[in-house]
Design a protein around this ligand. Structure first.
Ligand code: SF4
Length: 477
């Protein structure tokens, strides 16, 4: 059996659905379902998207692959940490990083074009202005001239985030592609088979990973090294450099963020706001928050950031790590180890729950970022695996139920402040975990499962639709 599609069988069985019933929902025959499940054929992107909607799982969840280790077939379930940390332009992985990638690839293969035309459909059209999708597309295709159109009326789209892009030379069309931004910065193309990211890790629960690490007497970052490719360190160094650059650039920038909400950038102001009699606690708060504001403001302005795990929550992890590096003189190698540990935590959440605010609310974006930062600090300070688990668990536990309600759909209010508050919470968590881990009652896996269930119970108003919560408040622009 082709294990790539084993999850279709698993999910169909879980939902007590026959192949015929599933086929009817997708308007395909039961033979088609049978062929997908036995690996004879693969579903089209449209059907992959349909399956993810029917079963309420992210597209990538439908895939798992296998490899032989020690003579035994191992089913791999978690993607590379490189799929979690991505460099791209904010403020939204599906509305900016995905389209940016599509445009970059299209521009590379049409280097001789003198003009581009892009048409956005579905959610890319409806919320593209607020997210700055058109701005990012123009920046990516520059210096070549480009027009961006919004089509609000097209229905029956193969995917809610659909775009078409045309290349012209001398007034003649020379290339065209229909592409889809399918979430988390991943993309797919019409008439090309969707190639899901390879699954690198056979273990996907904290319990199993911790047991493996204890058996082998290794730390979580070493567990990541065991499973990733040989260029992993090089990639992570690039990620760390970009994180620091986002903080530096954010601290240098002033003015009003784009989008029309009239939100003033505050990172620089906060960073420079030193009082003569400032306590060291106040200074810590001010510096960490200014770093978190810096990255989040860069994100809101459509500048380059690292998803950690998402664009909206990109400020939490870098702010805590840079502050502690400056305070304690940790080397870049130590920081990379912390980033790897955080990556394992983020990957467990992504695999077993979600990191999408549109799917499960802000708890899975800011809460996950806080858990990642807490675990990263645990790694930096050499805490054992149980204490790291406790710190990450506290982070999720106290973000449970947090709704995603960005005003005007912009990733500004409440998102920017939330990054700063979560960064400070991560520092608190690590202190608490180092004292109290013996007394803890709830496992990380249990709280992740709870977060997912809570997210599924959230009304759609609280899942990045800007129809509820703070998003309903009228703001005087
Ligand atoms: S409120 Fe929504 S958009 Fe803002 S950070 Fe949270 S999940 Fe992201």
């Amino acid at each position: 059996m082709d294990l790539q599609f084993q999850r279709i069988t698993e999910l169909r069985t879980k939902y007590k659905m026959s192949q015929k019933e599933l086929g009817e929902k997708l308007s395909v025959s039961n033979q088609a379902i049978s062929k997908w499940e036995s690996g004879i054929t693969t579903p089209s992107l449209e059907n992959i998207y349909g399956l993810s909607q029917i079963f309420g799982v992210p597209i990538d969840f439908l895939f798992c692959n296998s490899e032989k280790r020690n003579g035994q077939i191992q089913i791999n379930k978690m993607e590379s940490i490189k799929e979690l940390y991505k460099v791209g332009r904010g403020p939204s992985s599906s509305h900016t990083i995905g389209p940016e990638k599509i445009c970059k690839d299209f521009k590379t293969r049409n280097a001789n074009a003198d003009c581009f035309r892009v048409i956005l459909y579905g959610s890319l059209a409806k919320t593209g202005k607020g997210h700055g999708t058109d701005r990012v597309i123009r920046k990516t295709l520059a210096p070549i001239e480009c027009s961006v159109e919004f089509n609000f009326t097209a229905s029956n789209l193969p995917h809610p985030n659909t775009m078409e892009i045309f290349a012209y030379k001398g007034g003649r069309e020379i290339d065209y592609v229909k592409a889809f931004s399918i979430g988390g910065g991943s993309v797919a193309y019409e008439n090309s088979p969707y190639i899901p990211p390879r699954q690198y890790y056979s273990l996907s629960s904290f319990k199993d990973i911790a047991q493996h690490c204890k058996n082998k007497k290794i730390r979580l970052n070493q567990f990541a090294d065991e499973n990733e490719d040989t260029d992993f360190d090089e990639y992570m160094l690039k990620i760390w450099k970009q994180m620091k650059e986002s903080i530096e650039n954010g601290l240098e920038s002033e003015g009003i963020l784009p989008g029309g909400l009239n939100v003033q950038r505050k990172a620089k102001f906060l960073f420079n706001l030193q009082h003569i009699d400032e306590s060291k606690e106040t200074r810590e708060n001010r510096i960490v928050c200014s770093y978190a504001f810096a990255v989040s403001e860069q994100n809101a302005a459509g500048e380059k950031i690292v998803t950690a795990p998402t664009c909206g929550a990109a400020g939490v992890l870098p702010s805590t790590l840079l502050y502690e590096q400056q305070k304690h003189g940790f080397s870049d190698t130590e920081i990379l180890n912390a980033l790897k540990t955080a990556g394992i935590i983020g990957n467990i959440i992504k695999t077993n729950a979600s990191i999408s605010g549109a799917e499960c609310g802000c708890q899975v974006e800011i809460g996950s970022a806080c858990a990642m930062a807490s675990a990263a600090l645990g790694e930096l300070f050499g805490l054992n695996i149980d204490k790291i688990e406790y710190a990450a668990e506290i982070a999720i536990e106290h973000h449970l139920g947090l709704t995603c309600d960005p005003i005007c759909g912009l990733v500004q209010i409440p998102c920017i402040e939330r990054n700063a508050v979560a960064a400070m919470r991560a520092i608190n968590n690590i202190n608490l975990a180092s004292f109290l881990s013996e007394t803890r009652k709830i496992s990380f896996d249990a709280v992740v499962k709870t977060m997912y269930e809570t997210g599924k119970d959230l009304l759609s108003q609280y899942r990045e639709t800007s129809e509820g919560g703070l998003a309903k408040i009228h703001i005087d622009k």
